[in-house]
Write a protein that binds this ligand. Structure first.
Ligand SMILES: [Zn+2]
Ligand SMILES: [Zn+2]
Length: 113
């Protein structure tokens, strides 16, 4: 099933990647919805925000099969017209699957005594 896009207009500067279906490019900060984020001061800002798609990400270091967003990069969320910042974590970045498995193991080890 093709990814459903919302009716929100996509800000200028962003293009849909034909490979992974995510947006990439450069977008003006004030064209984005910053409500609820901790970067509200960016709202009226002329600064360009770089957005990268999954293709410029990295492979999950654990399973080596899945692409994950490069830590420190920004992803555009067309559903709400906002930017998701992919944090740089002290631990190695893992795909959702591996993170779930790692979390599960952690719970089994330390959760219940
Ligand atoms: Zn892509
Ligand atoms: Zn993985």
């Amino acid at each position: 099933m093709p990814r459903r896009t919302s009716n929100l207009p996509i800000p200028r500067g962003l293009t849909l990647c034909p490979i992974c279906g995510e947006y990439r490019g450069k977008v003006r900060a004030r064209d984005l919805n910053w409500r609820g984020s901790d970067a509200e001061e960016e709202i009226a800002c002329d600064k360009l925000v770089g957005v990268s798609c999954l293709c410029s990400g990295i492979r999950c270091p654990r399973c080596r099969g899945v692409m994950i967003h490069r830590p420190g990069s920004n992803s555009y969320m067309p559903g709400g017209n906002y930017i998701l910042h992919n944090p740089i974590l002290p631990a190695e970045p893992l795909c959702d699957d591996c993170r779930r498995k790692a979390g599960l193991r952690f719970m089994q080890q330390f959760g219940r005594q």
